[in-house]
Write a protein that binds this ligand. Structure first.
Ligand SMILES: NC(=O)c1ccc[n+]([C@@H]2O[C@H](COP(=O)([O-])OP(=O)(O)OC[C@H]3O[C@@H](n4cnc5c(N)ncnc54)[C@H](OP(=O)(O)O)[C@@H]3O)[C@@H](O)[C@H]2O)c1
Length: 254
């Protein structure tokens, strides 16, 4: 059976700022993209998305979504049923390293149940629930990419420094969930590509408090990172599903 045509519709989850906002902007700059659906949280600073809306009008769509809320995932899921033609590429950029009083742990003594659960809710379970909502409505014969932004520090074999228990573990869990989902999709969604991508250290609110030790020339702008992520996705297909890739397309060890 021939592939169903692509819709030119893209989705960016967590697009109010940082890499997600740059991913929305980069895709809107591509005339072959018909529409970019973006998500923000109700309390998000939406100035970046408002600016894109004023430039791109109806090519930009904005939907409220908190990936750690069941009710929010449910209403997002209902809205997806009305996306004409389906979504070609979905990039899950929402994630946390710190938020209101939650900081990455320097040592075991800093670990707490609520903070660890919060990291897993947003960084691991959230992307899986978003993928579930997307795959429920996806045409099984259409090419579809779900790329979750993971992190190099989620690599267990690359962990030489320790610390950041919750963030590391939640990204390692995300990687395992991505791999597991890719195996299920081999049969149920053979045209799907399910990826974990490390974006590279990028100058955003997430990394800002921790940029002191970044080597010169190794801190990238959100737009540089967005262009590279899109490049990685465009160079991969269903045969690459289940891989953990760096921003330059190279494989990262689990
Ligand atoms: N920046 C880096 O150097 C770097 C390195 C490795 C991996 N990453 C990963 O790349 C992804 C994007 O990071 P970033 O640097 O762009 O971070 P950022 O600037 O802090 O932006 C994070 C985005 O996630 C959204 N978000 C947070 N919690 C959410 C929730 N519960 N539901 C829905 N959206 C939520 C935020 O929305 P609000 O505006 O509402 O808070 C914001 O849009 C993250 O997964 C991060 O772990 C980043």
């Amino acid at each position: 059976m021939p592939d169903a045509p692509q819709s030119g519709v893209r989705l960016v989850v967590g697009a109010s700022r940082g890499i997600g906002l740059a991913l929305a902007e980069a895709q809107l700059a591509d005339p072959s993209v018909n529409r970019v659906i973006t998500t923000y949280r109700p309390a998000s600073d939406r100035r970046g998305l408002d600016r894109l809306a004023s430039l791109h009008g109806e090519r930009l769509q904005r939907i409220a979504l908190d990936v750690s809320s069941d009710a929010s995932i449910d209403s997002f899921s209902s809205l997806l049923k009305h996306v004409e033609g389906g979504i070609d590429i979905a990039i899950h950029a929402a994630g946390i390293l710190h938020e209101n009083g939650l900081q990455p742990e320097k040592s075991l003594a800093d670990c707490s149940v609520p903070n660890l659960l919060r990291m897993f809710a947003v960084n691991s379970i959230g992307p899986l629930m978003v993928a579930r909502a997307l795959l429920e409505t996806a045409d099984r014969q259409r090419r579809f990419t779900f790329a979750a932004l993971s992190a190099m520090v989620g690599s267990i074999s690359d962990n030489r420094l320790g610390g950041w228990y919750g963030y590391r573990a939640s990204k390692a869990a995300l990687n395992q969930l991505i791999k597991t989902l890719s195996i299920e999709c081999r049969v149920k969604h053979p045209q799907a590509s399910i990826l974990a991508i490390h974006p590279g250290t990028t100058d955003t609110g997430l990394s800002r408090p921790f940029q002191r030790n970044v080597k010169p020339g190794r801190l990238y702008t959100p737009r540089q990172t967005a262009d590279r992520i899109i490049g990685v996705i465009q160079n991969t297909g269903p045969a690459d599903s289940g891989r953990f890739l760096n921003w330059d397309g190279s494989e990262i060890p689990w």
